[in-house]
Design a protein around this ligand. Structure first.
Ligand code: ADP
Ligand code: MG
Length: 459
């Protein structure tokens, strides 16, 4: 049945631009088709929306024509269904399944089979900035000397900031340097499920517990375990992991863990584990700052071959402050909008595509902060910016400050006028119009204004 889906997708491919096939069409996987119900998996929800709007109707039409059957469709969102773990879970499965305890050699699938997302999680695709530099260097040191320097390495940070990326990058690098080693990557969730199922099958024909232990204690040269907070309040799994940890550590096998918080903050974690987690090195991955966010967006556009103007990268980096996953989602959304509507990827298009995500006025931004930012940028005195002088060196920055005040604060024209030394509201309106026109027609001016705007939004 799944092949039929593949055929239906291929039937619409000729109607999709080649670059967009890889970007938009193929990443949506068909997981199952059972009794007329199709389950698809999309990388994120933007992707799902676009897929539903633009591809799904044609694919279904083809499928229904082929099978003379009606279908219903539901989606699983790879990055949401199981927070931050589903991709990881799928490699873990692939890596461990079929390995039959310690006999077979486990390989990182990315070296063997290309269509996985995971090739993206390498060191060279990780953008380094002040908030992740330490974790990045620590990860590299560990990859260069596994089991020697920092054991365990404990990487922690919020959602979507690159923990899994770094963990997998370590795996890729170690595998590259030691292809004969057994590099085991597993989500903690998978570890727990495996453990529980081997407990339940204790009386089966094979001793699954022995197999489980061989797989995690004896087999790995390196154990990369993602989202260790999953152990919280799971006593027997913690006990099992304690012994796993000891066996590996005693054998000088590298252990790397990720977690959403510090060991001391994980609730319901045994003290003996908590203390072990601090034996090596603890590295935080923080939310990236503006420059890093912009660099990430650019890098990502380059990887996905999206032709992204600098001002759009700056806009996305400014607008999306939460985490890298959201940045990727925003870029995906913007580029999807551009490709499906066959419009150039401009700042206007990006603003429009993200308007529901991005609040248009940053909270708490005041006219005074706008004035200060603009005065500093143009090296004019604050008093002059608000004063009566009319020569261009002051009048132009003043007009920009008025424009930005109007755009970024909730103030009315008269209110803005009064904060600029009691100017009339019509003066403000004409300044705003003038800058609007400049921003439209003059690339250099646009870039100045967007830079100022992004600094203000980020402040
Ligand atoms: P976490 O595990 O911390 O929740 P992930 O490692 O899954 O986050 O990162 C979310 C997404 O953001 C991934 O696609 C990842 O490649 C990307 N990402 C995170 N940090 C960076 C970075 N510094 N440079 C490039 N991509 C990044
Ligand atoms: Mg993760």
């Amino acid at each position: 049945m799944i092949e039929l889906w593949g055929e239906a997708v291929r039937s619409i491919e000729p109607m999709v631009k080649p670059a967009h096939r890889n970007l938009w069409l193929r990443p949506v996987e068909c997981i199952s088709i059972i009794d007329g119900r199709i389950l698809l998996r999309a990388p994120n929800r933007y992707h799902k929306e676009w897929f539903e709007d633009h591809f799904l109707p044609s694919i279904l039409r083809d499928l229904e024509a082929r099978t003379q059957q009606q279908f219903t469709v539901s989606f699983e969102i790879a990055e949401e269904a199981k927070p931050a773990a589903s991709t990881a879970a799928s490699i873990a499965t692939r890596m461990i399944e079929g390995s039959g305890a310690s006999a077979a050699r486990i390989e990182l699938p990315s070296h063997a089979k290309p269509p996985s997302l995971l090739n993206r999680y390498s060191f060279d695709k990780f953008v380094v900035g002040p908030t992740n530099r330490f974790a990045y260097s620590a990860s590299q040191s560990v990859a260069e000397a596994p089991g020697e320097k920092y054991n365990p390495l404990f990487i922690y940070g919020g959602v979507g900031v690159g923990k899994t990326h770094l963990l997998q990058a370590i795996g890729h690098e170690i595998y590259r340097q030691h292809p004969e080693w057994n590099v085991v990557f597993v989500t903690c969730e998978r570890f727990v499920t495996d453990f529980i199922s081997s407990l339940m099958n204790r009386n089966g024909s094979v001793n699954q517990m022995e197999e489980f232990r061989a797989r995690y204690r004896d087999f790995p040269d390196v154990l990369l375990i993602d989202d260790i907070q999953f152990l919280s309040n799971k006593d027997s799994s913690q006990d099992e992991f304690f012994h796993t940890f000891n066996a590996l550590h005693y054998g000088h096998k590298q252990i790397v863990m990720t977690c959403d918080k510090l060991p001391s903050e994980v609730a319901g974690l045994e003290d003996r584990l908590r203390s072990r987690f601090t034996w090596g090195l603890i590295a935080e991955v923080g939310t990236p700052d503006l420059e890093t966010r912009v660099a990430i967006v650019k890098r990502k556009a380059e990887i996905d071959r999206i032709d992204l103007p600098d001002e759009v990268a700056l806009f996305i980096g400014t607008a999306i402050k939460t985490n890298v996953r959201d940045l990727e989602g925003a870029l995906a959304r913007v580029s999807a909008r551009s490709s499906f509507e066959s419009r150039a990827l401009t700042l206007e298009l990006a603003q429009d595509a993200l308007k529901n995500i991005v609040a248009s006025s940053p909270v708490g931004l005041t006219i005074e902060s706008v004035q200060r930012e603009v005065a500093t940028y143009f090296s004019v005195k604050l008093a002059d910016l608000k004063g009566p002088k009319r020569h261009r060196a002051v009048a132009h920055p003043r007009a920009i400050a008025m424009y930005l005040s109007r755009k970024l604060t909730a103030m009315s024209y008269p209110e803005i006028g009064s904060r600029f030394g009691g100017k009339d509201h019509s003066t403000v309106i004409s300044a705003v119009r003038k800058i609007e026109k400049l921003v439209k027609d003059d690339a250099a001016q646009r870039s100045i204004v967007t830079t100022l705007e992004s600094h203000l939004r980020d402040s």
